[in-house]
Design a protein around this ligand. Sequence first.
Ligand SMILES: Nc1cc(-c2ccc3ccn(Cc4ccccc4)c3c2)n[nH]1
Length: 239
Amino acid sequence: MRIDVVSIFPDYLAPLGLSLPGKAQATGLLELHVHDLRGWTRDRHRTVDDTPYGGGAGMVMKPEPWGEALDELLEPGVTLVVPTPSGEPFTQALARELATRDRLLFACGRYEGIDQRVLDEAHGRAEVREISIGDYVLNGGEVAALAITEAVVRLLPGFMGNPESLVEESHEDGLLEYPVYTKPASWRGREVPPVLLSGDHAAIAAWRHEQAVRRTAARRPDLVPASVVLDDVEVRPAR
Ligand SMILES: Nc1cc(-c2ccc3ccn(Cc4ccccc4)c3c2)n[nH]1
């Protein structure tokens, strides 16, 4: 997979060269290119923003630099990913979908966002996904680009040492992760649940599933499948 990121803060994406994406780059499974949007400005001050039509606080990112950046980078077969507070929710299912693409191009906005005409024009010639990583407001798209990239890259075949670890993890089966333990068996007077030391793999799997269902019911009732009934778990109604 090739990933391109356009931002006015390219250094913000430096962490992509480390840890998981870093390893993937080293093994040639991921090609990462980070670009400074100002490289597509034409004026002496390298202007990327201006006041909003219709008034209001803040500034809006000008269409011209983005238009020229996308002219160069949004080639056929590239999926444009635009982080935004008003986007479709980023989920594990969406991460799996994006992991099937050959190329992703992240347009990281700042200020109050990117002139809408840039996105409208892009829709006419590419797959454009406007994505929110949560119901909170960031100052720009870079943090979202880092999060989406990490969630996608770890799903690509060959990137994770043990692909088995992807199968039973949080949200893959629609449930939250069960609690995990490691040595020592006793720590500050707290013991590891005995079933985990039993060697009974069927009992361990059953215990882990029940723990995942209980934790999901308690913390994310919105994720609990309707078919599951738990008589002794307090399920707080969704707010
Ligand atoms: N999940 C999520 C994504 C973002 C996000 C993404 C890109 C941008 C570009 C500018 N801003 C700031 C902004 C604040 C308010 C209204 C509109 C834009 C961004 C925020 N916040 N939260």
